[in-house]
Structure formats: C-alpha cells, structure tokens
Design a protein around this ligand. Sequence first.
Ligand code: CTP
Ligand code: MG
Length: 170
Amino acid sequence: MPNDLLQLLGTAIWFILPAYVANATPVVLGGGTPIDGGRLFRDGHPIFGSGKTIRGFVAGLVAGSIVGVLQGLVAGQAYTYYVPLGLLLALGALIGDLLGSFIKRRLNIPRGGAAPVLDQLGFVVFALLLASPVMLPRWEVILTIFIITPPIHLATNFVGYKLGFKSSPY
Ligand code: CTP
Ligand code: MG
C-alpha cells in the first residue's frame, strides 16, 4: 500500500478511536437498568429498548474519554485539545447509538435486530457532529472513517459474539 494511503488510514483510526471505544465498551460492561426505564413510546414499542442501559452509556463515556486523555499523553499535546475531543467523540457515539435504537424501534425492528448502515455508521456520524466545534478532520479523513467503520464494526461485533458478549453476530 502506498505510504500516504497508510498514513490516511492511521490518521482516521487515531481520530475516531474514542468513538470506537465508547461504542464497544457497553457490549462488555453494559447491562442493568435501561435508559428508557422500560417505558413505551406512543406507538406501543419501547422508546430505546432494553439494549440501551445507563451502565453501558456511562461506561462508554468514561472509556472513550480515557482514550482521549491517553491520546493527549502520547501526543504530548495540550489537554485542551484531546480531552474535550475524546469526550465529545464518545458522547456523540453514544447519543448516535441511542438515536439509532430509537429509529429502529419506530421501524418495528426489535432489540438486537439488524438495521444495515444505521447500525454501522449512525454512531460515527454523531461522533463527528459533536466533535466538529473542536475539530473536524479534512474530508479525506472523514471519507476514510466512513469506509473503514462498517467492516471494523462488523468484525468486532463478530468477535464479541464468539466471545459470548453479544447474542447476535452483527
Ligand atoms: N449496551 C448497553 N448500553 C448501551 C449500549 C449497548 O448496555 N447504551 C449493550 C447491550 O447489552 C446491547 C449490547 O451492548 O445488547 C450491544 O449493543 P447494540 O448492538 O447497540 O444493541 P442491540 O442489543 O443490538 O440493540 P438495538 O437493536 O437497540 O441496537
Ligand atoms: Mg445491535
């Protein structure tokens, strides 16, 4: 692979890493009380469903934010950049994931049911959106993030399924 393509890949993964970690952590550390408290929306379906828990949200937010702190340490750069960026990327990923579940419930897709594209990219769109006041990477980096995220998401979900953390392989 040409060097600049490799560098683009590295830049993309480095930037979006807090969002990835925030999205993956609830699979391992989540569970317990659902964010919607088990309440139904006016269409009779759950607001978010039992797969979106308070513990998962908090764990994802903390883990993603820790990645931001570590990135600041590694890069030796001012915390005024990496710490808020990590926090916003993590928060955006979790809000995007939550919104994805809200949309899925409105479409009659049960908890754990697949919603292609939405499942793989929704969290990344919101992570970038929330991070944008601090930093929006150049368009090639954003495009790379959109290209690599679905296969990475599917691969990590499959590993989570094989390890027994997830009930569905996607
Ligand atoms: N999880 C959690 N809290 C969150 C997000 C996720 O506890 N805020 C956990 C749940 O155990 C969930 C698992 O991580 O089942 C996988 O997350 P995801 O695939 O996003 O949820 P699904 O169960 O597929 O539910 P949905 O159909 O609403 O996406
Ligand atoms: Mg799912």
